[in-house]
Design a protein around this ligand. Structure first.
Ligand SMILES: [Fe+2]
Ligand SMILES: [Fe+2]
Length: 231
């Protein structure tokens, strides 16, 4: 498989796992009658803002899509829609980060329950839209790229895509975000949906020692800070 396609699919796997985990985290908190786990949610939204929105989308829009357009008009409408998604979704994740902060800061306000419901609805809409976006890229665009791009196209893309690897799947080099994501993955218990990302991490750090709880340097065990560990 071309390095470009492997990078895109790896990054999609990590992102899908984080998105699904956010949805499960919210629904499990509600099911157990608990407030949202703000620290984990903040870390996950920070990841989505910091890497997929700023780097993954940019590589697709600036590098991959123009090369496909130059070789085929077959998916022009689908690519235009994906580009439009990219242009919109960064704003959306910034809004979600703000809404999460507002939920935390205004947790004792009279409208807190309505605010929480609104945040959860908006978060789920974002998750659903993003997973559909990834599906369209994998079903419609990547197979088309394999059919129409030339050897020279792939050589260019592969060189570019090996830069700025996703910190969740990055196998070499240093990365300032890596410890954060390792902690997120280690902290969230099964079955919160981090299996694929966890496997990617294990591939990246074969034989690595599991980290202690992400939160031990602050408030200790999740159960002690009000977030029940889901069995
Ligand atoms: Fe995309
Ligand atoms: Fe993508």
């Amino acid at each position: 498989m071309h390095a470009t396609l492997r990078v895109i699919r790896d990054e999609h796997s990590s992102l899908s796992a984080v998105l699904r985990s956010i949805g499960l985290l919210l629904s499990e908190s509600r099911r157990h009658g608990l407030g949202p786990d703000f620290r984990v949610l903040r870390a996950m939204l920070f990841y989505i803002d910091e890497f997929p929105e700023k780097v993954h989308h940019t590589k697709e829009t600036a590098l991959l899509f123009p090369k496909i357009r130059a070789r085929s008009s077959e998916a022009a409408a689908a690519i235009a829609r994906l580009d439009a998604d990219h242009a919109r979704s960064h704003r959306a994740v910034l809004d979600l980060q703000h809404d999460l902060l507002a939920l935390e800061m205004m947790s004792e306000a009279a409208d807190a329950p309505a605010r929480r419901q609104r945040f959860e609805d908006e978060m789920q809409a974002y998750i659903d839209a993003y997973l559909d976006h990834i599906r369209r890229e994998e079903v419609e665009i990547l197979p088309l790229a394999e059919r129409v791009l030339t050897v020279a196209d792939w050589a260019d893309l592969d060189a570019e895509f090996m830069r700025n690897r996703d910190p969740l799947t990055h196998r070499e080099g240093d990365d300032a975000f890596r410890p954060l994501f390792k902690r997120i993955l280690m902290t969230l218990p099964a079955p919160l949906g981090l299996g694929p990302a966890f496997e990617a991490l294990q591939k990246s750090y074969p034989g690595g020692e599991p980290a202690p709880s992400f939160w031990t340097t602050t408030s200790g065990d999740p159960a002690q800070r009000g977030a029940k560990a889901v069995p």
